[in-house]
Design a protein around this ligand. Structure first.
Ligand SMILES: [Zn+2]
Length: 323
């Protein structure tokens, strides 16, 4: 096995073939009920949703990833925007995006928008049966991928009985107000996560967790957290000498915080890469984009994120320091 592994990273490509390239609307703080309130976030009143250009941006990222010989790519979910009540059209978009990776090995993280496509089609297009899993990218490290969109009431193929069951589970936890775009981990998946953390801890491995949804309210808007974020956060705190960082997407503006020595990184969306990203150190040909290359060293104690466009370059040291 190699001493160093480098892999590509991106969040929320959110490509759509039929929607206009750039839509401008007020960025609002969404509240749990799904209603929008007019609370523009400071410094970013307009949103630029480049649905079609997102595919070009992904192709540009793929070019950089290939030049840099990354071992694989982690896409953090929401590859497509999707169409409500039209899983066929959504499927066609997912097919187009999956082709754009051009043979690169991709570790998929499912997002809520991906689930505008039926699971049986996702399985075929992304060539995978597993949506929460772990793997060893390099000696001494374990990447745990969670499927935050496992239980999602807005999924194209979520049945009435599944949604009723989820509502019941949430009611038992006292959760009655949640956004339809946020997902929930089943008890089985939470158990999987616990077992993985325990096994990594016993083997003295360091862990990077990847989930579409942020789980810490200082790393994203509260309206964009995993529904049972508290359960996952509690486990992460319990294993805070094992977990170095969590990578998420979903909240397009991105975010970052350190909690109990663990880095919580929310990657900004490729879809909404800002014109303002022009001229940044790692900007690609001065066009808006948002992606990165992550480097892990065998038995190392830090994660290097080389950012392109809107993604900041960071060195995340185990224990919570930034290098
Ligand atoms: Zn999302």
């Amino acid at each position: 096995m190699k001493d160093v592994v480098r892999f590509g990273i991106c969040a929320d490509v959110q490509y759509a073939s039929m929607k206009s390239d750039v839509v401008k609307e007020k960025r609002c703080e969404n509240v749990g009920s799904g209603e929008e309130q007019e609370i523009p976030r400071a410094g970013s009143v307009e949103r630029r949703l480049a649905y079609r250009a997102a595919l070009e941006r992904l192709l540009q990222a793929v070019e950089v990833w290939n030049k840099q010989h990354v071992a694989f790519v982690v896409q953090l979910g929401d590859l497509i925007d999707g169409y409500e009540n039209d899983p066929e059209l959504s499927r066609a978009d997912l097919e187009a995006v999956s082709r754009a990776f051009q043979g690169l090995a991709v570790k998929h993280v499912l997002g809520n928008h991906c689930r505008a496509v039926r699971m049986e089609d996702i399985r075929k297009l992304l060539s995978t049966d597993r949506y929460y899993y772990s793997f060893q990218p390099v000696l001494g490290w374990r990447i745990i991928v969670l499927n935050g969109a496992e239980q999602l009431i807005s999924a194209a193929d979520a049945t009435e009985s599944e949604n009723a069951e989820l509502a019941e589970v949430l009611e038992r936890q006292g959760i009655i107000d949640y956004a339809p775009w946020n997902g929930h981990l089943s008890d089985i998946q939470v158990d999987f996560f616990r077992v993985e953390l325990d096994s990594a801890s016993r083997r003295k491995e360091r862990v990077l967790v990847c989930c579409h949804y942020p789980i810490h309210e200082d790393a994203a808007r509260k309206s964009h957290l995993l529904i049972n974020h508290a359960v996952v956060l509690k486990l992460v705190r319990q294993y805070n000498t094992t977990v170095v960082a969590l990578f998420a997407g979903h909240d397009h503006v991105g975010g970052y915080t350190v909690d109990h020595g663990v880095h919580h990184v929310t990657f900004p969306a490729m879809l909404e890469a800002s014109e303002g990203s022009d001229g940044q150190e790692h900007n690609v040909e001065h066009s808006p984009n948002a992606f990165g290359i992550v480097e892990l060293r065998a038995n190392g104690d830090r994660i290097l994120i080389q950012g392109y466009g809107d993604v900041p370059t960071r060195v995340l040291v185990a224990g919570g320091a930034e290098g």
